[in-house]
Design a binder for this molecule. Structure first.
Ligand code: NAI
Length: 375
């Protein structure tokens, strides 16, 4: 069996730090284990263009393991060349790099390591909210640059207390973000999600559900995006939706770059309509040198909290998603059923309910049982 790993090149850092598991150097810690079983393992970071190693090896790979931090984009066209492909495993969370509808047509399973890095991301979100609201980055840069001038920094610095914060998506990460915000005594915590939180969970953190996204964003001082990228969320934060946000509001997106229209966000930050934008996810990864999110700036300075895709890949997270990837692979090799929480699509259908509101065969079956009165 051929296993293809598409991961980022960790270079010297990965040679020196073996816990950087999500790299081609350390291969998620599964290289020896697979070799002992006689399987072939190809690990590459070369994923773009027709002549790439990814395109070359996907042709006869049975298993593709890739990571949202350096995704091998499995489009419908690439999938058509993948004659033996049976399962795609995401080392991490978020499987939008796979054309999931095409995977269903081909009966390819897509699984990810659910929950593996949700705390890592939630912590990054809270940090990003604070660094934008407190105007941290330009103040820090001023110090590094040898300066000392308080007023221009304080001019665009506020308290998080008494602000309204809303999340788009209140799943594992969105809920954890809100949980972590409760000690800050925000004015109100809001969420927009087609799947309502269980009553007890909502009550525990005193969060209010808002039925319309436009309505929610217009009430927020801070919006955090925590839903997957799918047909309905691609380009969701476009010029129109951003115009509904309060002037000076802050936007944090650690979900997927393509949920936001890159130019619309940059224009809103540059004009000062947004107080700032922060996140680690980009619509193209690695992001090109001239990406507008690298240089956008609020008219008062700062307002840019962008970093490379790193929030969900702390050392702690890498250990968890490497372990989880191995379990999924082991289940596949031994014919054991996968943990349903890790399944995005299987047997030609969506198992996860997070990739858009749709009538999956699974839901239809459940509905039939319910209307039969048997459950
Ligand atoms: P989850 O599946 O637990 O929760 C996602 C929630 O989003 C669900 O409650 C779902 O109903 C909701 N949702 C889906 N479409 C929506 C829409 N149109 N509007 C509002 N809500 C919608 O997923 P989890 O673990 O919270 O992760 C969320 C996303 O975060 C992942 O899909 C991934 O894209 C991203 N992520 C980013 C990481 C990073 O390193 N930056 C690491 C891990 C995840």
């Amino acid at each position: 069996m051929k296993v293809l790993l598409v991961l980022y090149d960790g270079g010297k850092a990965a040679e020196e730090e073996p816990r950087l598991l999500g790299t081609i150097q350390n291969k998620l810690g599964i290289a020896d284990w697979l070799k002992e079983q006689g399987h072939e393992l190809v690990a590459t970071a070369d994923k773009e263009g027709e002549g790439s190693e990814f395109k070359k090896h996907i042709v006869d790979a049975e298993v593709l393991i890739t990571t949202p931090f350096h995704p091998g984009y499995l489009t419908k066209e690439v999938m058509q060349t993948a004659k033996n492909l049976k399962i795609c495993i995401t080392a991490g969370v978020g499987s939008d790099h796979v054309d999931l509808n095409a995977a269903n047509e081909r009966n390819i399973t897509v699984a990810e390591v659910s929950g593996s890095n949700v705390v890592s991301v939630a912590e990054h979100v809270v940090m990003s909210i604070l660094l934008l609201v407190r105007n941290y980055t330009p103040a820090h840069e001023q110090i590094i640059g040898g300066g000392w001038d308080v007023a221009p920094m304080a001019r665009h610095s506020f308290d998080l207390e008494d602000k309204v914060v809303g999340t788009v998506g209140a799943g594992r990460i969105g809920y954890r973000v809100l949980q972590r915000l409760t000690p800050f005594d925000c004015k109100e915590l809001l969420y927009f999600d087609y799947a309502p939180l269980p009553e007890q969970a909502a009550k525990a953190i005193n969060v209010r559900r808002v039925e319309s996204l436009e309505e929610m964003v217009s009430q927020c001082d801070i919006v955090t995006v925590n839903c997957p990228l799918h047909e309905k969320t691609k380009g969701l934060f476009n010029k129109e939706l951003i115009s509904k946000m309060k002037p000076g509001a802050w936007l944090v997106n650690t979900a997927r770059g393509a949920i936001c229209d890159a130019q619309a966000v940059a224009d809103a930050v540059n004009s000062g309509h947004l107080g700032g934008y922060a996140g680690d996810v980009w619509n193209v990864q690695p992001a090109p040198k001239d990406h507008p999110w690298r240089s956008m700036k609020h008219p008062l300075g700062g307002g840019n909290g962008m970093v490379p895709h790193m929030s969900g890949t702390t050392i702690d997270a890498q250990l968890r998603y490497a372990e989880g990837t191995k379990t999924i692979l082991q289940n596949y090799l031994t014919g054991k059923a996968q943990d349903p929480a890790n399944l995005i699509v299987e047997n030609g259908d969506y198992v996860s309910k997070a990739y858009g509101k749709r009538d999956t065969k699974a839901e239809e079956r459940k509905e039939e049982v319910r209307t039969d009165g048997k459950a």
